[in-house]
Design a protein around this ligand. Structure first.
Ligand code: AVJ
Length: 335
């Protein structure tokens, strides 16, 4: 029986789909104030994030890249031949290439991204460089579920085509933006997705996650000396001013990054440095001196806590690669 299109089940929607304006009004009217971190990534925010990834203090990107360089052959061997790679939040494709270079006869590559623009450029550059690979970009919010088309039978010379095994690649420690409860929902949906149709060849999840480490190193990574992370965070206010007719005065706000050991996460805030009244999206918002807007969580895991999460989501086997200083982890979780 040929399998139908696979569908990543939607994780329980946290909220209705809202516009930027609706999210800003809701977030700045709530107590405490908050703004969703997905709005960081306008053109300037994306450029600032790229600069963050090159900072001395920001260890995650270079450490994950080094892990992929060192271990892609072992990862590929564990995944096995004929994989269909589905990448969630496919930003730049450097890490994906390291994986694709080592996989044996991958069936296809499905980059999934909310930004149709990012997606097209990533997809076309991969398609150009991997001529045998079927590339099927999907523009979707992966937390809301999406269907991927059934891969076309490969034209590769082989008389018996085993069904594709599906591997979800979720790099970059984006999982850190999810609370533990939301992360469990997402990983459970991924486990159902890669193990769909009673596969004889279940796939897996290849996940990049950041590790718990001393607070001073974490705080430096999210509050760098050059102020790039501060500019990245405060750019959210600039974006509100531009797109939602806001009147935030940038000199009345400051960046704050706090390590919370209980929930094991960095909490990123924009703090008002004075009493002030701000307008945006047709509403007004009162700020007290010292009042915070929560803009991002970045959860950190231990080897045990990520294994426990994956197991609870339904992945029984886990293999984790980490650097000698245990700064970052790449895990292959299989059913
Ligand atoms: C893109 C979510 C992985 O949490 O480290 C970097 C975002 N925020 N500096 C992270 C971020 C501030 C980043 N992620």
């Amino acid at each position: 029986m040929p399998s139908m299109a696979r569908e990543l089940p939607a994780i329980a929607p946290q909220s209705e789909e809202r516009s930027f304006a609706e999210d800003v009004v809701l977030g700045l009217s709530s107590e405490p104030k908050k703004l969703p971190c997905k709005y960081f990534y306008d053109a300037r925010g994306s450029a600032l994030f790229d600069r963050i990834t090159e900072l001395d203090e920001y260890y995650p990107t270079r450490t994950e890249l080094a892990l992929m360089r060192a271990h892609a052959p072992a990862i590929a061997a564990k995944i096995g031949a004929g994989a269909l790679v589905v990448e969630l939040g496919s930003g730049s494709s450097v890490k994906t290439r390291l994986l694709l270079d080592e996989l044996e006869l991958p069936t296809g590559y499905v980059p999934v991204d909310i930004s149709a623009e990012h997606l097209r450029s990533a997809a076309s550059s991969i398609a150009a460089d991997y001529p045998g690979l079927e590339v099927t970009p999907v523009a979707a919010d992966f937390t809301r579920g999406f269907a991927i088309p059934k891969p076309r039978p490969s034209t590769r010379p082989s008389n018996k085509q085993p069904p594709a095994r599906c591997v979800v690649y979720f790099p970059g420690s984006t999982i850190g933006n999810f609370t533990r409860a939301r992360a469990l929902e997402l990983l459970s949906a991924i486990a159902a997705f890669v193990g769909a149709d009673g596969d004889e060849r279940p796939g897996g999840l290849l996940l990049g996650f950041d590790l718990v480490k001393p607070a001073d190193m974490l705080v430096r990574a999210y509050d760098d000396a050059q102020g790039v992370t501060s500019a990245f965070n405060l750019n959210l206010l600039t974006r509100i001013n531009r797109e939602l007719d806001g009147d935030f005065e940038l000199d009345g706000f400051e960046h704050r990054a706090v390590w919370e050991p209980g929930p094991a996460r960095m909490e990123i805030f924009i703090r008002s440095t004075r009493d002030q009244l701000v307008h945006a999206a047709g509403h007004s918002y009162r700020f007290a001196a010292g009042e915070d807007i929560l803009t991002e969580y970045s959860h950190k895991y231990t080897l045990d806590s990520i294994r426990a999460l994956a197991r609870e989501a339904g992945f029984e086997r886990s293999t984790i690669w980490t650097d000698p200083d245990e700064l970052f982890g790449v895990g292959l979780f299989q059913l």
